[in-house]
Design a binder for this molecule. Structure first.
Ligand SMILES: NC(=O)c1ccc[n+]([C@@H]2O[C@H](COP(=O)([O-])OP(=O)(O)OC[C@H]3O[C@@H](n4cnc5c(N)ncnc54)[C@H](OP(=O)(O)O)[C@@H]3O)[C@@H](O)[C@H]2O)c1
Length: 322
């Protein structure tokens, strides 16, 4: 069974739980029995037909998966090996993780270290790996805790939540721009409302770096208030993919605007990011922001994401209890 988005003759899209169509494997293909998956913003986009990456339907959703090889037509992947799959078209152009079985091939899956539990690998997921890539980029830009606060927008979501936990563990002061409450507010963490658009070309310099998941005017206002020489990372477009950007922050303050796309990062580096996230986030800290749901609960949680009412990470238990 898998959660599949189908396009109706009316042009609308519908999420349905349907039998997985398992066909004979081709050479190089691997059949994975999925244990856990997770929910991400992209799943809600695919369900509404608004994910530009998904060109054909039906499409099984789920951009992350962890499971065990049940059949393999690739001699490098032995039956019984545990694999993790993160993005790489999973759930958008390839059969996703919200299914009892999925077919993959070398290049997409990672063999997970024995020390990392399946549950934690999905709690981190694509969102956590993206957060880790941002943290590494902030550090390699030469930004240190003494440089000043790091702004995170859409901070209640998976990427923002995990990034803020990591930065806090590294001693950075974080400022979380969020519509919701419930985020930890302590000496190293400040909560502010979402950034508003402004007609000023520049604002007082505040942030040493920014991790923006919203795009649109949030990104523009963040750029206007970043310190000279600072770094702004654009990772998402929950607000809007378009913005009215001027060159002032770049020309007058020498700010760097950089994009992060996890799919452009090779498996070797993804493995390092996974180790980095695992080491930095003790289970008891990370799991405080993780909701574990059952397979049949998926439509309800996808709906919460679509309505902007979802926060933290949601892991889906896919395998039926033994
Ligand atoms: N570049 C990459 O490789 C990569 C990888 C993973 C994800 N992404 C992208 O990063 C973005 C965030 O992903 P995520 O997994 O963190 O998503 P998520 O868990 O669904 O969180 C999105 C957050 O955005 C805020 N939000 C939701 N609706 C909003 C609205 N209408 N207006 C303003 N804010 C709203 C909410 O935060 P508050 O409640 O705090 O306001 C929400 O928790 C998405 O665009 C996703 O596609 C990119």
């Amino acid at each position: 069974m898998g959660w599949e988005v189908v396009k109706l003759s009316s042009g609308n899209y519908h999420l349905a739980c349907r039998d997985s169509r398992l066909t004979e494997l081709n050479v190089g293909e691997i059949l994975v029995k999925v244990e856990y998956s997770s929910l991400n913003y992209k799943d809600a986009l695919t369900v509404s037909g608004k994910n530009g990456e998904t060109k054909s339907y039906p499409q099984v959703i789920g951009v992350d998966a962890v499971g065990t090889i049940e059949e393999s037509y690739d001699s490098d992947f032995a039956i019984g090996t545990r694999l993790g799959l993160f993005s790489r078209g999973l759930g958008t152009t390839k059969g996703g993780g919200l299914s009892h079985h999925l077919v993959t091939r070398a290049g997409d899956p990672l063999t997970l270290p024995a020390s990392l539990s399946s549950l934690k690998s999905m709690a981190i997921g694509t969102a956590g790996l993206t957060a880790a890539a941002c943290v590494v980029r902030i550090q390699s830009h030469g930004i240190r805790p003494s440089s000043g606060p790091i702004l995170i927008t859409g901070a209640g979501g998976g990427v923002g939540r995990i990034a803020s936990l990591m930065l806090r563990e590294l001693g950075f002061e974080t400022v979380l721009a969020t519509r919701g409450g419930g985020l930890v507010d302590d000496a190293l963490t400040q909560i502010i409302p979402p950034l508003k658009s402004t007609h000023f070309q520049l604002l007082p310099e505040k942030w040493a770096a920014v991790l923006d998941t919203l795009g649109g005017e949030s990104l523009v206002t963040a750029l206007k208030s970043t310190q000279a020489g600072g770094l702004v990372l654009s990772v998402g477009m929950v607000g809007s993919p378009n913005s009215n950007l001027s060159v002032y922050p770049f020309v007058l303050r020498g700010i760097t605007l950089a994009g992060i796309n996890l799919d452009r990062i090779d498996n070797k580096e993804i493995n390092q990011l996974l180790e980095f996230a695992d080491a930095l986030l003790p289970d008891e800290l990370l799991m405080r922001f993780v909701n574990i749901i059952e397979f049949h609960d998926v439509p309800h949680y996808v709906d919460l994401i679509a309505k902007g009412m979802h926060s933290g990470r949601t892991v889906v238990r896919v395998a039926s209890p033994k």
